[in-house]
Design a protein around this ligand. Structure first.
Ligand code: ADP
Length: 303
């Protein structure tokens, strides 16, 4: 089984003609509330692709927290290890999007940052007996480092999606089995601007030199590349689709990657499937509801 240790956020999305100025009150166009957060999205992606997955995280003692559990339960994510804190509200993302797709976002991590090494104690046995631990960088960084250290010491494979990006110390990098930046995140990790696939490959190779075993870079509509510590470079083109909303593309890609890894599939097959899952996700709006099910994936593969 797979354990995802990560964030849950309730996205509160308002659509507006234009973004309001300082001190201005506008009547907007629409409002929608979407369960999200990179951790929850990636756990949801895995469950929808039919694999057993446990989500470990924290929500507040409030309606958004109840909704988190309801949504994740309904698609088959195990939420027995989703904790509730009374000291902070459920994390939210306050999103404003204008007619041109420009957005302004304020995130309040809330309960996500209350999850600490104390809560991690209670899932250590679970992590030890799992095949893969999936993490992102939306939780407390000390907690994340401790969890990676524990999994590494116990021989559990680690997939780290380094988002939102920050520089990572070398002693952390060498414990990572699969690191999955997009181009922007890769740029921050390696201190350079990444514009082309070739630049991405070079930068990824520098991370492999620092000790990461596999670096898988997502390149949006250009697909993805996989660089491993044997020097192999595997490239895979994206599938051509009508993109309507790229939210959760990276999360669905990471979920599919996790599924392929625990099935011990070869790199080409994993990348192909992850690109298909990413492509399907961008054809629908929203986060969790835009993630494809295994049935939708198979239909796409046979079309
Ligand atoms: P992120 O959402 O983290 O920025 P990317 O934009 O790199 O990640 O997208 C992740 C994956 O989703 C890509 O590697 C690709 O497989 C798929 N994808 C993203 N955008 C498109 C697109 N316009 N057309 C087809 N596939 C896409």
């Amino acid at each position: 089984k797979i354990v995802v240790l990560g964030s849950f956020m309730m996205d509160l999305v308002t659509k507006v003609d234009r973004l309001p100025k300082n001190g201005e009150t506008l009547v907007g166009l629409s409002f929608i509330q979407n369960s999200g957060g990179k951790g929850a999205n990636q756990a949801a992606a895995i469950a929808k692709l039919g694999k057993p997955v446990i989500f470990a995280g924290m929500v507040g003692n409030d309606d958004f927290g109840l909704e988190a559990r309801r949504v994740l339960d309904s698609i088959g994510v195990s939420t027995n290890n989703l904790k509730i804190t009374k000291s902070s509200p459920t994390g939210i993302g306050n999103v404003m999007v204008d007619q041109n797709g420009m957005n302004r976002i304020v995130i309040i991590p809330g309960a996500n940052l209350v999850y600490s090494s104390i809560e991690f104690e209670s899932i250590k046995e679970l992590v030890r007996s799992s095949k893969l631990l999936v993490l992102q960088l939306e939780m407390d960084f000390e907690l994340t480092k401790g969890a990676i250290d524990f999994a590494h010491k116990n021989g559990v494979k680690i997939l780290l999606n380094p988002a939102p990006a920050r520089k990572l110390p070398k002693e952390l990098l060498r414990k990572i089995d699969y690191l999955t930046p997009n181009e922007t995140e890769l740029g921050i990790l390696t201190n350079q601007a990444i514009q082309t696939a070739e630049e991405a490959i070079k930068a990824a190779q520098s991370l492999v030199k620092e000790g990461v075993k596999n670096v898988i870079v997502t390149l949006g509509e250009k697909g993805a590349v996989w660089i491993d510590d044997s020097g192999d470079v595997t490239k895979m083109k994206a599938f051509s689709v009508d993109a309507v909303d790229t939210v959760a593309a990276g999360d669905s890609f990471n979920g599919a990657l996790a599924c392929g890894i625990i099935d011990d599939l070869d790199k080409e097959e994993i990348l192909r499937t992850a690109n298909q899952v990413g492509a399907l996700t961008v054809t629908k709006t929203g986060a969790i509801q835009s993630l494809p099910t295994i049935e939708e994936l198979e239909e796409f593969q046979h079309a």
